[in-house]
Design a protein around this ligand. Structure first.
Ligand SMILES: Cc1ncc(COP(=O)(O)O)c(C=O)c1O
Ligand SMILES: [Zn+2]
Length: 440
């Protein structure tokens, strides 16, 4: 049976490719121009999205949006209830904005740490990759990742009985390796940085003729993460004014842009939020490029100028992409939406994680803490206006960041007898957890 649900359109030459069978057979390149940047186009009536976002009870998974996902037969779905994590209003952040900056904001946080499979927003990609490979009868896959995508792909492919060969840079949080290894998927710790891990993965895929994830523009990643825009609408009823995220390669924001590309003309999504992207200060090539362009008044071709940092030494490896190939694309998106780029101090994420755990009893990973710290940074730089609604796309929980959590933890005391103890009252820590942010 041929695929009538969707097709691909080459972003470079406009050529149409009928589906994944042909796309994979052509080595994930447009047969006409050889480029790999394609958009998925659906034959489904776009108005169907209105019905889907009208559902107020929590769907089982992002497969609620099956009509707008590139899978032909729902029997091939490999799912673990991902992609529909709750979006919560965090009043302590609102209170801070009011008290310190005099702003009335609504602040929402996406609880991707709840994602059942691996506790990150990368599970959206994992479910679609596994389902499409299953549908196409593919038994092997290669991916390079800083850790979270690695885990998600490893787990979903294990569930589908598909072999995953995973290439992770040596500085990735080490808990990642054991999680992948324990699933019986293959993890290679590459001696080098993320860019080098991507190169070795590509060499391996070529050597053995195995399908490899294309990275940030892979339709499997874009299409799955595009559903984040649908979930924002379903849960909040409207798009926020401001979208904040810690970016590495930039898949999630590019996917939001894809949703607007698909539905912009229907008016269903409303207006694209102001995009605020956060990077860690030890490896912030996009922020550096942006600040440089801004200082020069965005001269002709400004977006094509960006630095490449080799072997960056960082505290948050999960978001460290030293060679941001998609910066031109992301930076244009930031400019178009009147957004901003900010670097945050990576070690300060420890203090942010303490504050969040204290106020919400939620343990967040370092990349999530970077996004929350980005909110404080945006406030400091007056990048958020009064009465705006802010959405923070917080990507991960703490499941594979125990080494980070050890640094977040602050109450442990060794004792020999009750004489060494004092009656405990958690209120006494309030000032300790708030002070770094009050002085920020
Ligand atoms: C928790 C978390 N946050 C943010 C990012 C950045 O994602 P991207 O730039 O691909 O949208 C990643 C990527 O690995 C991540 O794992
Ligand atoms: Zn083409």
């Amino acid at each position: 049976m041929s695929n009538t649900k969707f097709y691909f359109e080459c972003r470079s030459c406009g050529n149409h490719i009928p589906g994944f069978k042909e796309w994979f057979a052509e080595g994930q390149k447009c047969p006409k121009c050889g480029k790999s940047n394609i958009y998925t186009v659906y034959n489904t009536d776009k108005q169907k999205l209105k019905e889907l976002i009208a559902q107020k009870t929590k769907p089982d998974s992002l497969w609620h949006y099956f009509d707008f996902l590139p899978l032909e037969n729902p029997e091939n779905i490999v799912s673990d209830g991902e992609g529909v994590s709750p979006i919560q209003q965090w009043s302590f952040l609102e209170k801070f904005a009011k008290e310190k900056h005099g702003l009335n904001l609504k602040v929402y946080v996406n609880r991707n740490d709840y994602s059942p499979a691996t506790g990150t927003f990368k599970d959206k990609g994992g479910t679609l990759i596994a389902s499409v490979l299953k549908e196409q009868g593919i038994k092997e896959y290669v991916v390079a990742s800083t850790g979270n995508t690695a885990n998600s792909v490893a787990q979903y492919l294990a569930k589908a009985g598909i072999s995953a060969s995973i290439f992770v840079p040596q500085d990735a949080l080490h808990e990642n390796f054991v999680h992948i290894g324990s699933l019986g998927q293959k993890v290679y710790i590459v001696k080098g940085d993320y860019a080098y891990a991507k190169k070795v993965a590509a060499d391996y895929a070529k050597k053995h003729g195995i399908l490899i994830s294309l990275g940030n523009l892979d339709p499997l990643r874009l299409e799955s993460k595009k559903t984040s825009a649908f979930e924002i609408l379903r849960q909040l009823g409207k798009m926020p004014d401001v979208y904040i995220q810690a970016v590495s390669g930039g898949t999630a924001p590019l996917a939001i842009e894809k949703a607007f590309h698909d539905f912009g003309d229907t008016g269903i999504l409303g207006k694209m939020p102001k995009m605020i992207f956060i990077q860690g200060h030890y490896c912030a090539p996009q922020v550096d490029a942006w600040n440089n362009a801004k200082a020069k008044g965005f001269p002709e071709g400004w977006e094509n100028e960006y630095p490449i940092y080799e072997n960056p030494k960082v505290f948050i490896p999960t978001i460290a992409t030293g060679n941001p190939g998609l910066y031109p694309h992301l930076a244009r998106l930031v400019k178009r939406t009147n957004g901003e780029y900010f670097a945050i101090n990576e070690e300060t994420t420890i203090e942010v994680a303490r504050l969040v755990a204290y106020e919400k009893a939620v343990k967040i990973g370092p990349a999530s803490a970077a996004a929350i710290l980005g909110f404080f940074e945006a406030l400091k730089n007056k990048a958020i206006d009064n009465e705006q609604t802010v959405f923070i796309n917080m990507g991960e929980g703490v499941r594979r960041a125990i080494s980070f959590l050890e640094q977040v933890s602050y109450t442990t005391e060794e004792i020999t007898s009750v004489a060494d103890t004092q009656r405990f009252d958690r209120e006494k820590y309030r000032d300790f957890v708030w002070r770094p942010m009050m002085e920020y």
